[in-house]
Design a protein around this ligand. Structure first.
Ligand SMILES: Nc1nc2c(ncn2[C@@H]2O[C@H](COP(=O)(O)OP(=O)(O)OP(=O)(O)O)[C@@H](O)[C@H]2O)c(=O)[nH]1
Ligand SMILES: [Mg+2]
Length: 277
């Protein structure tokens, strides 16, 4: 039986065939299906078009999922990025709020946090950014864990700890981890200081403070990888100074505090550097 297709049908079909953009192609295919007369002679044709449509839809979904997994939904700011990971109601939001005063909902209800929430805390010259990872563990949220410097795992018992480990392993996340148990009854500020120092130690970084000649020590630290030299520090703050560098004085709590050093000096955590350029 003849299909009796209109000239409009052939035009749409041509457009559809030549279209490269997947979304537009799907739209054209839908139009094509709508423009196909429905009778015995077009049954096979319609079935074929519908099959093609579902294939393209699948492809589109796959692609957007892939994009979603790669997508980073937060802006990295500060010297360190720490992901807070834990099962629902493990106290992630409570900790985030205590540390950064972030505007985050805390409630008895499970899965209160549906999207990643960030907050920044200024501690000992550094800006440390925290992000609460929702407990659905979606690929797009876990992509943030991939780019963070450390994972802070909230586990209130051994079982929770194992569950989290398993989730991380399944998602092939290999990052340094810190374990923290939220002590619901006793959340003293002292504990947070301990936690922050632990973070700095584990992140394998050093905080170096510069002191401009005849001025106060800068409040904001230069954050460097552990093992960095004075040269690395100058490169980070202003590489032009390498040309005019004469020497630097290091102030620390050793008995050689105030000594002169050169560019190859290996910096320590909390060194105070007075540059002479
Ligand atoms: N008594 C007491 N309850 C706490 C404390 N910290 C958290 N909670 C309670 O534990 C529940 C869950 O805390 P959240 O911080 O919202 O937990 P979460 O891990 O962010 O949970 P979701 O975002 O829902 O997955 C809330 O009802 C909190 O009030 C605490 O120090 N003391
Ligand atoms: Mg939460």
């Amino acid at each position: 039986m003849p299909a009796n297709l209109t000239s409009e049908w052939y035009e749409i079909e041509k457009e559809y065939r030549e279209e490269k953009d997947l979304k537009k192609k799907i739209e054209l295919l839908k139009r094509l299906i709508a423009a196909t007369p429905k009778h015995k002679g077009t049954e096979n044709l319609l079935a074929d078009l519908r099959r093609r449509l579902s294939k393209l839809e699948e492809l589109l979904e796959k692609r957007s999922k892939k994009l979603g997994a790669r997508q980073v939904t937060i802006k990295k700011e500060g010297d360190l990025l720490i992901s807070i990971v834990g099962l629902t109601k493990s106290g992630k939001s409570t900790l985030l709020k205590e540390l950064t005063n972030a505007n985050v909902d805390i409630s008895e209800q499970p899965y209160t946090t549906k999207n990643p929430v960030t907050g920044v805390c200024f501690y000992s010259g550094m800006l440390i950014q925290f992000v609460e990872i929702p407990s659905f563990f979606l690929p797009k949220d876990l992509s943030i864990v991939h780019i963070s410097d450390l994972i802070l795992i909230l586990a209130n018992n051994e079982k929770e700890r194992e569950d989290i480990e398993e989730i991380l392993e399944k998602n092939r996340i290999q990052k340094k981890k810190i374990y923290w148990k939220v002590d619901f009854r006793d959340s003293k500020k002292q504990d947070y200081k301990m936690l922050l120092e632990k973070i700095i130690r584990e992140a394998d970084i050093i905080r170096v403070f510069t002191k401009p000649l005849g001025k106060q020590i800068e409040k904001r630290a230069v954050v460097l990888k552990n093992g960095s030299t004075l040269r690395d520090m100058i490169e980070k703050i202003n590489s032009n100074w390498l040309k005019t560098f004469r020497f630097a004085r290091i102030f620390d709590n050793s008995r050689f505090s105030g000594r002169r050093v050169g560019l190859n000096y290996k910096l320590k955590d909390k060194d105070i550097v007075e540059l002479h350029v």
